[in-house]
Design a protein around this ligand. Structure first.
Ligand SMILES: Nc1nc2c(ncn2[C@@H]2O[C@H](COP(=O)(O)OP(=O)(O)O)[C@@H](O)[C@H]2O)c(=O)[nH]1
Ligand SMILES: [Mg+2]
Length: 247
């Protein structure tokens, strides 16, 4: 934990607190050391999660985004539409409440809420314990909905196969440029809420261009959880990655 602000994030030696409105004076080698230890510990636990998921051939996906981009909506749609074809388990990360877990439970899929209190991201330790609630042998895909923000979850490996950014069209097309670490860490970007495009000034092509500027290899799927447009492409991606993992 950072001894200055009590935040569990800010890994690495390039320690900046700008997003919290304060800064370090450069003499905080102890802070940096603690963070390095924390990250190293997280990476060890993530490797252990990954080995566990590999042993039972689970595809593990880490959904990251700003709050409200539609992560839980996407899960609700996906779990219902693919029911009977793919077996899911879901970990729900939020600071407080079991609201999202309750929404997922309504689909009949096993779910566990992880409340981080003041923490701005899930870590590998929480995920390792969280999955103890599930029958992993009977699970095909583990969905992890991370805490909503485009900063901290980028740096914390949970043992997932892929990070997936959900970006909604109401957030503005420049977010990949403003939060490049998150978009660089992702293998897939889902641009959600395209049903709202007629009402917005959102430049979809420019958003995709900005995304590829920071991550040339990333895949991009445009969709709407409400209208259902684009969901078939997302399901194809899921099936492809699941088959790949099983092989
Ligand atoms: N118009 C529209 N609204 C959506 C779509 N997906 C989600 N929403 C709405 O966006 C809000 C936040 O969704 P939620 O799934 O809770 O976002 P999360 O915080 O990322 O989990 C809710 O009011 C949803 O109904 C979509 O495709 N189109
Ligand atoms: Mg949610």
């Amino acid at each position: 934990m950072c001894i200055d602000c009590g935040c569990n994030s800010h890994p690495g030696s390039a320690h900046q607190h700008d997003q919290h409105g304060h800064h370090h004076d450069g003499g905080t080698s102890r802070t940096i050391r603690i963070e390095e230890d924390l990250l190293a510990k997280n990476n060890r636990l993530a490797a252990s999660n990954r080995a566990r998921f590999r042993a039972v051939k689970i595809l593990a996906l880490n959904l990251v985004s700003s709050p409200g981009s539609g992560k839980t909506s996407l899960l609700e749609r996906t779990l219902s539409d693919l029911a009977g074809r793919i077996t899911f388990a879901v970990l729900e990360g939020d600071l407080q409440t079991t609201n999202d877990a309750d929404r997922i439970a309504a689909t009949g899929v096993p779910v566990k809420q992880l409340n981080t209190g003041a923490g701005c991201h899930l870590d590998a330790h929480m995920v390792g314990h969280g999955v103890e609630a599930f029958d992993l042998e009977a699970t095909d895909i583990l969905m992890i909905e991370n805490v909503g923000n485009l900063v901290c979850p980028a740096a914390f490996d949970l043992g997932e196969d892929h990070k997936i950014v959900v970006l909604s069209v109401t957030e503005g097309e420049d977010k990949p440029l403003k939060y490049p670490q998150m978009f660089q860490a992702a293998d897939l970007v889902l641009i959600n809420k395209i049903d709202l495009l007629p009402y917005l000034q959102f430049n979809l092509e420019q958003c995709k261009e900005f995304t590829r500027q920071v991550n040339p290899l990333v895949e991009i799927i445009e969709l709407s959880c409400h209208s259902g447009e684009g969901l078939a492409t997302w399901y194809d991606w899921l099936s492809r990655e699941f088959i790949r993992k099983r092989a």
